[in-house]
Design a protein around this ligand. Structure first.
Ligand code: NDP
Length: 249
């Protein structure tokens, strides 16, 4: 028996990067996984095929996390086709880096709508089935910039800080219902998002990391898998940094 047998997880933005790694890891631990994607159906199907090939159960669900109707449909499909929703991982996220003085209102909205409102909409949709089950795990993928801020990332840092406030508030609301809400805050993880960073920013970030190296997708997935299990049932409202020591509070 694997540690997440009988659980159903929905991972948003799971077609690539950290979300993909989380979906594969939760499936390896025994969960059935709804693999959400927005644009790249083929990549999401590949994740589903990989899980099925290893003997697991998965389903790809399309949808934009910033759209309430899309979110309702992805949660309903997980419940109907996989049998419930026990673990919600709010991973879908974008950045639109620009100094505040030049940041457009449109880019601000795009980032906040995806990273923060998206987490609110999915949490709201998943909470009722979780309350009925009297068991749930909400895990929000924030970022260490939620505490530190970052020049050129006002919208992203504000959205991620908001996500931490959302996590703590939801944790308090559902603490007696068998549902926990926690956040994982990665530092610098090697994915397509960070491969797009200018070299000087990447070097500057590496200089802040005591371990002197970026993290891997699997490092984040391991933290999520821990918080998703029964072992973490007395942990709620917390933020777990996965950052090689970049930020120590
Ligand atoms: P990627 O850009 O590699 O992947 C992001 C994923 O989110 C993609 O699958 C993308 O799919 C999906 N996505 C984006 N917008 C939406 C949307 N509106 N609805 C549904 N899915 C969406 O990013 P990472 O894997 O690097 O990052 C994953 C998470 O981790 C993000 O929340 C990010 O902020 C956070 N993070 C990452 C760090 C890093 O160093 N990589 C550090 C700290 C935090 P599509 O292209 O189809 O939209």
């Amino acid at each position: 028996m694997s540690r997440l047998d009988g659980r159903v997880a929905l991972v948003t933005g799971a077609s690539r990067g950290i979300g993909r790694g989380i979906a594969l890891r939760l499936a390896r631990d025994g969960a059935a996984v709804a693999v959400n994607y927005r644009f790249d159906e083929a990549a999401a199907d590949q994740v589903v095929a990989e899980i099925a090939g290893a003997g697991g159960r998965a389903l790809s669900v399309s949808g934009d996390v910033a759209m309430a109707a899309d979110v309702a449909s992805m949660v309903n499909r997980a419940v109907k086709e996989l049998g419930g929703i026990h673990i919600l991982v709010n991973n879908a996220g974008i950045a639109a880096d620009m100094l505040t003085v030049r940041l457009s209102e449109e880019d601000w909205d795009r980032v906040v709508d995806t990273d923060l409102k998206g987490a609110f909409l999915t949490t709201k949709a998943a909470l009722r089935p979780m309350m009925r089950q009297r068991w749930g795990r909400i895990i929000n993928i924030a970022s260490v910039v939620a505490y530190t801020g970052n020049a050129g990332q006002a919208s992203y840092a504000a959205a991620k800080a908001g996500m931490v406030g959302l996590t703590k508030s939801v944790a308090r609301e559902v603490a007696t219902r068998g549902i926990t809400a926690n956040a994982v805050a990665p530092g610098l993880i090697d994915t397509e998002m960070t491969q797009r960073l200018p070299e000087e920013i990447r070097t500057w970030m590496l200089d802040q990391i005591p371990m002197d190296k970026p993290g891997a997708v699997d490092d984040v997935a391991a933290a999520v898998a821990f918080l998703a299990g029964d072992e973490a049932s007395y942990i709620t409202g917390q933020v777990l940094n996965v950052d090689g020591g970049m930020v120590m509070l």
